[in-house]
Design a protein around this ligand. Sequence first.
Ligand code: DGY
Length: 324
Amino acid sequence: MSKPKVVVTRRWPAEVEAKLKELYDVTLNESDVPMTADALKLALQTADALLPTVTDPITADILRVPNKRARIIGNFGVGYNNIDVASAKEEGLVVTNTPGVLTDCTADIAMLLLLMSARRASEGERLVRSGQWKGWCPTQLLGQKVTGKTLGLIGFGRIAQATARKAHHGFGMKILFYTPRNAPAQDIVDDVQATRCATLEELLSQADFVSLHCPGSTENRHLINEQRLKAMRPSAHLINTARGDVVDNQALYKALKKGWIAGAGLDVYEGEPAVYPGFLELDNIALLPHLGSASEETRIAMGNRVLENIAAFFAGKEPGDRVA
Ligand code: DGY
């Protein structure tokens, strides 16, 4: 029997590409730049599985291409807002993602940004690199203490809970969370007592750090807008490792410029890799290039998870991480 044909839209860690090649007839995108809509359509027409990632918008138009051969889309990533899941369903395509394996790494980046923002690390690094640092000074680059402060988590899924653990066990932080979905049965996660806020506004007004962990979706687009930024404390920091469009860029720029909040740390951007130009002028924002899951171990684990999902599918079984 011939091997199923799969198209991978970006380069993966060598170890997982090698496994993929053993099992499947693989077409790799050697150029490692996002494929065009036409190339994605062709992939759906010529391969049994398309393996895209966060940089590939798999739109309704692409999914509705006629004469499709593909039956499964195995997304390399936990967030799958790049895929029009409703259209995929209508077109009879199975969609899977890679939950669980990037939880800790993404929570690490949330903590990193929290610390960078609180302790003005980006400013400090720029100062040293500029050659302008004149030495230790009692009043230079004074940030805010993190230990014992209050962290407000918006969304309370795996990554938020891992962030709660790190913040509480590592820094003695008090944990608040807000989620519009059904709350966990208890608010204690690995002996961290987390207090659920009834409203988003309640959380925003009490937290010293607000960290976003909700999915990118139509409902969550610009969830953090001008009004909500004004509801935060002037000493507070906003951290986003979720999806860029959860935050209204223009409103965040105003909030940072006018001092409605003290700082921000971003790993994700609306329309990335474009970055809102105003952010580049500001000192009180730490900017990372979507590094949440960027560790060797995690990217290998993500690839393996895609492999498990498509292997189950081609064996006629239910893939473990089916989202449509
Ligand atoms: C995801 O998996 O959703 C990240 O944004 C990329 O790893």
